[in-house]
Design a protein around this ligand. Structure first.
Ligand code: GDP
Ligand code: IMO
Ligand code: MG
Length: 423
């Protein structure tokens, strides 16, 4: 009776989708616990690339049940489109895709409020995905939100109208130019919400706890990354949910003592999309090369991802906060051909050298200090055994393992499901 947990250790896009898809064959249930369609989780197999936003990454496996937990926020319009994209695969959503009654709904006006809030911030904007995430979680904690279970009641449209009216007044307050046709957005919203009926709507915390008692294996799937956590991330340039391990407990109704393995995923370098501090960011040709070879464009917004060297100060912090038991290193293949790889192992600040992740990591006050590691020339994308990896690549992995004091159990060398090496 235990639950394993998989989450990102950096600023998101570590490759969570790929690994959840890969691990699903060992689990009965895959449960997303936070975030919403700000996520873009990519899976690749049989020559086809799939991007999921709300639906858990175990959906392509015939046996697993995929559950969208209470901690997730769902935009019915995006959700319906995701279901439609999956239609060629003949998935029976009524038995394979479960929605928590307690998951909150992203209303059309939440998206408008997100856009207005960002526009009003000017240069100081968060760089939100504009999916309405912040305003929806604000309504959740402000105790005004609407939940999936509400749509099963008769009066839910009255509550919808009252909340929308409030949002329109808030939009007036922002006083920014936004063009929208609320009538059209609402028609789409109400049509899309019907698609929920294709799935099973459940009391997810009861379902998951009963499944545990029955000996089912559960994998909790995180979205975003630890450095985007609302408490522990680079606030205020974060998302609005708990992306770290504790979020799996509140986002699914799973007790902390049931969590067993915590799989932490990281890239062999670092990326960030949106605004906010990023000490090891590269602005030179190496950064451009990583972006190009790594195809670093956001899976949700298509924006270019900022790229930089790996940051052990930040990674150690994320491992600590999450209680990571096993690591998975992604995209090592992207570094092939770089003569010298740099690894940040401490920050120089105005108060001296530090090894811990400080309160404020804004770029002016922090200068990352690096160790240099010799690179490898070989293309490793077709390697499938550890023994066949170049020596310098293995040395890089072993160096990181020692520094992070946690075993690296999976090494990914390409986007495809098959391009994965178990250690
Ligand atoms: P997620 O949000 O954590 O699921 O990650 P994303 O899907 O947003 O971004 C990861 C990107 O890297 C996707 O385009 C994946 O197909 C790709 N990817 C995953 N693992 C590897 C890898 O080992 N090597 C390469 N080159 N690409 C990878
Ligand atoms: P996955 O699950 C990378 C970033 C946005 C922005 C900040 C706040 O694919 O790893 P929000 O829309 O949540 O209000 O945006 O968080 N962000 C992500 N960056 N991957 C994601 O998800 C992200 N989800 C949000 O770019 O900087
Ligand atoms: Mg992503």
């Amino acid at each position: 009776m235990s639950v394993d947990l998989l989450l990102g250790l950096q600023w998101g896009d570590e490759g969570k989708g790929k690994i959840v898809d890969l691990l699903t064959e060992s689990y009965d249930i895959i449960a997303r616990f936070q975030g919403g369609p700000n996520a873009g989780h990519t899976l690749e197999f049989d020559g086809i690339k799939h991007v999921l936003h709300t639906i858990p990454s175990g959906i392509f496996h015939p046996s697993a049940i995929n559950l969208i937990g209470n901690g997730v926020v769902i935009d019915p319009v995006i959700f319906k489109k995701e279901l439609e994209k999956l239609s060629p695969y003949n998935i029976d959503f009524s038995t394979k895709l479960f929605l928590s009654k307690k998951a909150h709904l992203i209303l059309p006006t939440h998206r408008l409020l997100d856009a207005a809030s960002e526009a009003s911030k000017g240069k100081g904007k968060i760089g939100s995905t504009l999916k309405g995430i912040g305003p929806t979680y604000m309504d959740k904690t402000g105790r005004n939100g609407m939940r999936v279970g509400d749509i099963l009641t008769k009066r839910w449209k009255d509550s919808y109208k009252a909340l929308t009216q409030k949002h329109l007044k808030m939009l007036d307050f922002y006083n920014v130019d936004l063009e929208y046709d609320l009538g059209e957005l609402e028609t789409q919203f109400f049509e899309s919400i019907e698609s929920f009926k294709k799935c099973k709507i459940v009391d997810s915390e009861n379902f998951l706890n009963k499944a545990q008692e029955a000996g089912k294996k559960i994998l909790a799937e995180g979205a975003q990354g630890s450095l985007l956590d609302v408490d522990f991330g680079t606030y205020p340039f974060v998302t609005s949910s708990t992306t770290t391990a504790a979020g799996a407990c509140t986002g699914l109704g799973i007790a902390p003592n049931r969590i067993k393995e915590v799989f932490g995923i990281f890239k062999a370098y670092t990326t960030r999309v949106g605004s906010g501090p990023f000490p090891t960011e590269l602005f030179d040709d190496v950064g451009k090369r990583i972006a190009k070879i790594g195809n670093e464009f956001g899976a949700t917004t298509g924006r270019a991802r900022r790229c930089g060297w790996i940051d052990l100060v930040a990674l150690k912090y994320a491992i600590q906060v999450n209680g990571v038991t096993q690591l998975m290193m992604m995209k090592g293949d992207v570094l092939s051909g770089i003569d010298t790889i740099k690894v940040c192992n401490q920050y120089k600040t105005e108060h001296g050298v530090i090894h811990h992740f400080p309160f404020d990591i804004n770029n002016e006050s922090i200068s990352p200090q690096y160790i240099e590691i010799p690179g490898w020339k070989e293309d490793i994308t077709q390697v499938n055994l550890v023994e066949k990896l170049p020596k310098n690549f293995i040395d890089y992995i072993k160096f990181l393992e020692r520094e992070l004091d946690t075993p690296i159990k999976i090494v990914s060398v390409g986007p495809d499901r098959k391009q994965t090496i178990l250690r």
